[in-house]
Design a binder for this molecule. Structure first.
Ligand code: HEC
Length: 173
């Protein structure tokens, strides 16, 4: 009987230690969650490398290319064509904005580079419209295509850049 009570006491002690460890763990978890509660960052930071710093020289080169080749359709301030969500009467799409008001920043680098290289020719019939965007893979060098994308990225607010970077990092093999 005495033996049993001793056992029982030890069990209770172990149980208490277990519970307090669990409570400490839960409190610690909650604490770290609250401390880094700035959006979706905490989970993502462990899997996605930090946002790369854009090269100033590449931004400047890209801005010039943008002005020369893209602004006439996508707008000098990257604002896109007026009523860009509406299709033209001939069924062609209007050029969307490249600022944070558009959806360029929703796509990974791989997707965007492909759009710039192939232009409207890449669109299949089932997308419900056409695009007269030229295929810049035949007009610009690969470095120029990269630079113009870098320039576009440099105009986005940090949050949009982070989202686009996550898309890019995840889509890399
Ligand atoms: C003649 C007009 C025209 C020119 C010039 C043009 N684009 Fe476009 N662009 C479009 C149209 C229309 C679309 C929407 C249809 C499509 O996706 O092809 C588009 C779409 C895009 C998209 C996809 C955006 C998204 O959110 O899906 C990117 C990226 C893009 N253009 C980049 C460029 C860049 C960079 C240049 C200059 C090097 C450029 N475009 C020049 C008309 C143009």
């Amino acid at each position: 009987m005495i033996f049993f009570e001793r056992q029982n006491g030890q069990l209770r002690k172990l149980l208490l230690i277990g519970i307090s460890a669990l409570v400490t763990f839960l409190v610690a978890c909650q604490g770290s969650g609250a401390a880094s509660n700035s959006g979706r960052a905490p989970l993502v930071l462990s899997t996605v490398p930090p946002l790369p710093v854009l090269d100033e020289g590449e931004i400047a080169a890209g801005q010039q290319i943008y002005t020369d080749y893209c602004a006439e359709c996508h707008g000098a301030d990257l604002q896109g064509e007026a009523d860009w969500k509406i299709q033209n009467e001939d069924g062609s799409f209007r050029a969307p904005p490249h600022d944070a008001g558009g959806h360029t920043w929703h796509h990974s680098d791989a997707v965007l580079l492909e759009v710039i290289r192939l232009g409207g020719a890449r669109l299949t019939e089932d997308v419900g419209g056409t695009s007269n965007m030229p295929a810049y893979g035949e007009i610009l060098s690969e470095a120029q295509i990269q630079a113009v994308l870098t320039y576009i990225k440099s105009t986005w607010p940090e949050e949009a850049r982070q989202v686009q970077w996550e898309q890019t990092a995840r889509s890399q093999p």
